[in-house]
Design a protein around this ligand. Structure first.
Ligand code: MG
Length: 427
């Protein structure tokens, strides 16, 4: 059986964890530069605020209903996520972290499965402070569907298990086709155009017709709904690349400002790679102007293959500067910038006979820098030519809330967590 553990309204719940006074109030979280709504509490959903709606379009509604507004704080949400995922990993079932707020577990079907799920849900709520829904079913697609029931029908109280053929058939009757995992908006349009409106009709469509309309992946979705596992379970999801990009608040024409931002992205990616003991063999940057000004749209990209894999910004800096010199065109108003590091390998592969860098010394240097960053915030120590404040000046987050010490404590990386199954102190 596959269990899906899904955090409810994750970003909104994180904001409530940080500030418990937000409990029970309508709450929305905004994307970078306060552009669009990226999370809503149930109360905000009930007001009809749609996912992805531009903030300026709902300002009146927000004011009228005293909706609480938060600028998204992704680093904090990622920290909360890591805490929850580690807690779930301690259950010792094969785990696939699917996204920042969801993971799959391969669990055994036992008579106490439901008790286990309810207990885990309770522990995440009390020890971290985030509500989750848990759906358990024979396939990933059915687990997604089961979690939908766990979340949307209060009678289930957050946990729903699909453990018989009868339940599977009944669940499919009540489930909207547009909610099926893997169908998506474009596929849905294709199906509807061909007269397929419901799951029953989707299941009754001949195999060849499904392949013609949606390709082999569509067929997999159908078989998964019928209880046959087709989508692989990736226990160890090895990172293949890392990237960071941002749409800036204003258009920028200064090479110095662009360099500052790209540099900051590169540092941030390198920091994450070091944490995961990875190094990149491929490094690229891109610069683009405002895509809504189609007649002047400029988008440039440069990349380099590194002889030795690296996650060291000092080593990447000359490449970055050279690529920027090549890319940058004076007079162009840049709006979107990004960095990509790919072809990742474990960092112990980053050495060869002709290496001229003292890697041991660099390792020690970055161990200290990473420690200072973790304690005092990113870019506490930085290369003198970089001005980390540039990105902040080109970003905008009017509704940003400071993370409280108690919230930080609840999600700290080193927070001691012992699974009760292994906790002998209570015996
Ligand atoms: Mg979720």
């Amino acid at each position: 059986m596959i269990a899906l553990i899904d955090c409810n309204n994750f970003f909104a719940s994180c904001e409530r964890l940080n500030d418990p006074s937000l409990q029970g109030k309508p709450l929305i979280v905004l994307s970078g530069n306060d552009g669009c709504v990226i999370a809503r509490s149930n109360e905000a959903k009930a007001l009809g605020i749609a996912m992805g709606v531009p903030f300026f379009k709902i300002r009146t509604l927000v004011k009228k209903n005293a909706v609480e507004v938060c600028s998204g704080n992704i680093p904090f949400y990622a920290q909360v996520s890591r805490r929850i995922m580690r807690m779930i990993a301690a259950e010792e079932f094969p785990q696939e972290v699917y996204s920042i707020d969801e993971c799959f577990l391969r669990v055994k079907q036992t008579p106490v499965l439901e008790d286990w799920a309810r207990d885990l849900r309770e522990r995440i709520a009390t020890q971290v402070g985030i509500p989750v829904s848990i759906g358990i079913a024979p396939t990933k697609t059915l687990a997604k569907l089961t979690t939908y029931f766990a979340k949307h029908y209060s009678g289930y109280n957050g946990v729903c298990i699909l453990d018989s053929e009868e339940k599977r058939v009944r669940a499919l009757q009540y489930y909207p086709l547009e909610e099926v995992w893997g169908i998506g908006r474009r596929n849905l349009a294709k199906l509807k155009k061909n007269g397929i409106q419901t799951i029953a009709e989707f299941l009754a469509t001949p195999r060849e017709e499904i392949i013609r309309l949606l390709g082999i992946l569509g067929l997999h979705t159908r078989e998964e709904l019928q209880g046959k596992e087709c989508i692989p379970f990736n226990e160890k999801d090895v990172r293949k690349s890392i990237s960071m990009s941002r749409t800036l608040l204003h258009e920028v024409t200064s090479l110095q400002q662009i360099t500052d931002c790209i540099h900051l992205f590169m540092n941030s990616c390198c920091r994450k790679l070091r944490k995961e003991h990875l190094a990149a063999q491929h490094f690229s940057i891109y610069l683009a102007s405002n895509r809504f000004h189609a007649e002047h749209y400029v988008s440039t990209y440069r990349d380099v293959h590194l002889d030795l894999p690296s996650a060291d910004p000092l080593e990447l800096l000359p490449y970055m500067n050279a690529m920027l010199q090549e890319c940058f065109v004076s007079g162009v108003k840049y709006k979107r910038l990004g960095v990509y590091l790919g072809d990742l390998v474990p960092d112990h592969c980053a050495t060869n006979l002709f290496d001229v860098v003292d890697r041991r010394a660099r390792e020690r240097l970055f161990a200290v820098i990473d420690k200072l960053d973790a304690r005092f915030g990113a870019e506490t120590v930085h290369i003198a030519s970089l001005r980390p404040q540039t990105l902040a000046e080109l970003s905008h987050a009017s509704y940003r809330r400071e993370v409280s010490p108690s919230a930080m404590e609840a999600v700290e990386d080193d927070a001691a967590y012992i699974s009760p199954r292994f906790d002998t102190s209570q015996q």
